[in-house]
Design a protein around this ligand. Structure first.
Ligand code: ADP
Ligand code: MG
Length: 355
């Protein structure tokens, strides 16, 4: 196991990631799929949180798929199957939310080894899945089941709907737009770090208040809540010019949004809504709250941009979740920057990468 460091949250799960640093990155691979090669055609649909397909004059369908691989994206020993079922759906719902669409249908494919098949793992997985699906009225319409030699693999597809031309791309931001983020950041990454250090839910060795705070961090990693309500309102009301969900980490996902929109940004570090329990618990555990918030992944909050004249139309809270203004979109030439006091740093994409 790799030592924990202050990089992307899931960095800690993926053993020996570092020896591959010189190989082609995941993002270069995707870029190649988009631009095409001498043998493959270019593709203009790939590159957002979900693909948008025009299905009728009035509606468009958005489709996303997410792969969860045991020991890369989760550990079976520390992730109860019920919560894994929740998470498999949650990560895809988050991508649909990031398009400003309403989630409607799901397909789940699952590959498990024989010994796992012989337990109640799959039943518990679907219990967690259906609990979340029921909350948003998402219907399971299919999938596939297979056996793997050793590890569990899950593919989660979700289809959603938006009004024609209402889905929100990563590419719509322009200079002057205000940048907002839902909820709070850093807790999922903190939760993962603490799990890797042996923390578990409802730890009897801690006082009540500390155990509660710890559970909050662990559950933000184990049971992410996709911001479905916010996504739908921002889409329906055409409030956001661009949007992405925070799966890799604010630094990386903000870079994706700015590159797609061909803009720069200035983020104010004091405005970043660091989770309150991250501030309180992590300092004492030698984890840097700002680093976790910038580069830790899997918060599954929404990052979006709004024209200044539309800011007053934004709701304060949706489903009990607020938003925070964190900065302003700038011309591309100014770059992607973070202001800390009187200093301005380049905000490099230092969140999660698979390769
Ligand atoms: P997200 O983090 O929002 O799930 P990804 O970084 O996984 O997004 O993917 C970015 C884009 O690249 C999406 O449009 C996705 O469909 C596409 N993509 C990723 N991997 C592949 C692949 N192996 N083949 C085709 N498209 C891919
Ligand atoms: Mg996404």
């Amino acid at each position: 196991m790799k030592e924990t460091d202050d990089k992307g949250s899931r960095q800690t799960i993926s053993a020996n990631n570092s020896h591959k640093r010189s190989s082609r990155s995941e993002f270069d691979f995707i870029k190649q799929l988009r631009t095409g090669t001498s043998t493959n055609p270019p593709n203009s649909i790939i590159g957002d949180d979900a693909a948008v397909i025009k299905t009728s004059g009035e509606k468009e369908t958005v489709i996303t798929t997410d792969l969860l691989v045991e020991d890369i994206d989760f550990r079976r020993t520390t992730t109860p199957p019920y919560l894994l079922g929740h998470k498999a759906l949650a990560v895809s719902l988050s991508d649909i939310a990031a398009m400003g669409a309403r989630p409607r249908w799901s397909l789940i494919s699952i590959g498990v080894p024989q010994d796992v098949w012989d337990t109640n793992f799959v039943d518990k997985f679907y219990e967690g899945f259906f609990e979340l699906a029921g909350r948003y009225d998402v219907q399971l319409i299919g999938g596939d089941t297979s056996r793997t030699p050793e590890k569990v693999v899950i593919d989660s597809i979700v289809l959603g709907e938006a009004s024609a031309s209402a889905s929100i791309k990563r590419s719509g931001a322009s200079a002057g737009d205000h940048v907002f983020v839902t909820g709070s950041l850093g807790a999922a990454a903190a939760g993962l770090r603490l799990i890797e250090r042996g923390a578990h839910l409802a730890d009897q060795n801690l006082g009540e208040a500390e155990a509660e705070a710890l559970d909050h961090l662990l559950l933000r990693h184990l049971r992410p809540e996709p911001r479905v309500g916010w996504g739908m309102i921002l889409g329906q009301e055409r409030l956001a010019t661009a949007m992405i969900d925070l799966s890799d980490g604010l630094s990386s996902d903000l870079n994706h949004l700015c590159r797609e929109s061909e803009v720069g940004v200035l983020v104010d570090s004091t405005q970043i809504p660091i989770d309150i329990q991250v501030r309180e618990l992590c300092g004492r555990r030698r984890l840097d709250p700002l680093q976790l918030s910038l580069n830790g992944g899997e918060d599954f909050e929404l990052l979006f941009t709004v024209k200044p004249e539309n800011v007053r139309r934004l709701p304060r809270r949706v489903d009990g979740v607020g938003i925070t203004f964190i900065g302003e979109i700038r011309p591309a030439a100014e770059g992607i920057n973070l202001r800390e006091g009187s200093r301005v740093w380049e905000l490099k994409p230092e969140g999660w990468e698979h390769f």
